[in-house]
Ligand binder design. Sequence first.
Ligand SMILES: [Zn+2]
Length: 131
Amino acid sequence: MTASRIDQRLVNAMVWHSRYEEPAEACGLLAMDAQGSIRFVYCLTNSVEATDSFTIAPHEYFGASRHAERNGWEIAGLFHSHPSGHLIPSATDRSNAPGSDWLYVIVGTDEARIFRLVRGQFDQIGAERAS
Ligand SMILES: [Zn+2]
């Protein structure tokens, strides 16, 4: 998995979704192609509508997975926002992290930071600004 860069329009989609959902955290999923590029972001519903946590609505998770599969992609990561602007994984994020090598993107009001989960540890591998 090599995607340390995310296309500008996809960064913008995540940032704008996050602004729209404020003050709650926004969330969504990332689809990756076989070459390791992020091809699509799914801006989904935070079913708990909380300002300090998120849960992706399960039926939307399923729908995104089906869409990705039909396009030959796979769901390879997730994003969520920190409306506070403190863009590092919180204690909640650490305890709820999926146990895989997913990309984990945290979005603020004008940027997205890309983390990779390796054996339960978050390593920041990139950062992109919205335009
Ligand atoms: Zn978080």
